[in-house]
Write a protein that binds this ligand. Structure first.
Ligand code: ZN
Length: 228
């Protein structure tokens, strides 16, 4: 677990600056939007990672855990990418305005943002455990081009505390070029995080993490959406 003091200080600073822009409201329901931009694999696979092999299964599992929780205050939607990365990378600016997937995200946000507190979870997976340089099992993005995701830091702390015995290694990294969360945060005023899963993480460990994410959504997120 590795986040420098300097980064945490800037995070706190950023957090204070954001308080004034807060429009979330206590009485609204929460809408969780799960996006999986790299779900669609091309017909012919090659050695390039042209789709995320486990992101769709993990996203669908998270979606059904949220549905099964039957929490009347928490609604959920899942939006699954329909174009392979070699045709158009749905998580890049080039595909923001001209794809059904990205339009669907905007439509759902715009239809719901008046009446609900929206939180977007962009889900991915990676094939090599050293992709992020730290033998990580789960990776949360804490910094995008234009600022920190204080929600990611909070979730990272929560998962660290609640999955200690499992030995699952969860890290925070800086992100870049992730256009779905960029658009959500900077254009649509929607809080968001990006989560990456190692593709060889055991079924059991995936379930542990996903259940704890649902716990966090129910216990911590409602207040965070108002305060942060
Ligand atoms: Zn991906």
């Amino acid at each position: 677990m590795n986040i420098s003091k300097k980064n945490l200080d800037s995070f706190k600073q950023n957090n204070n600056n954001n308080t004034a822009n807060n429009t979330a409201n206590n009485n609204k329901k929460i809408l969780i939007i799960i996006t999986i931009p790299h779900a669609k694999c091309p017909n012919v696979q090659n050695r390039l990672h042209l789709c995320d092999f486990s992101a769709k299964a993990n996203g669908e599992k998270l979606y059904s855990l949220l549905q099964n929780a039957k929490n009347p205050s928490i609604l959920s939607e899942i939006i699954i990418g329909d174009i392979p990365r070699n045709v158009c990378d749905l998580n890049r600016f080039e595909c923001r305005n001209n794809t059904v997937f990205r339009k669907r995200i905007r439509t759902i946000i715009n239809e719901n943002k008046k009446n609900k507190n929206i939180f977007l979870i962009d889900m991915h997976s990676y094939p090599n455990q050293d992709s992020f340089g730290k033998n990580a099992d789960v990776v949360l993005l804490y910094k995008n081009k234009d600022g920190f995701s204080n929600h990611a830091v909070n979730l990272w702390n929560f998962l660290g505390r609640n999955t200690k015995e499992s030995g699952i290694k969860i890290i925070l990294i800086k992100g870049k070029d992730n256009d779905i969360i960029y658009e959500a945060q900077n254009i649509l005023s929607t809080k968001s995080i990006l989560i990456e899963f190692y593709e060889k993480l055991s079924e059991n460990n995936i379930n542990i993490i996903l259940k704890q994410i649902v716990e966090w959504i129910q216990k911590k997120l409602p207040n965070l959406l108002i305060k942060l």
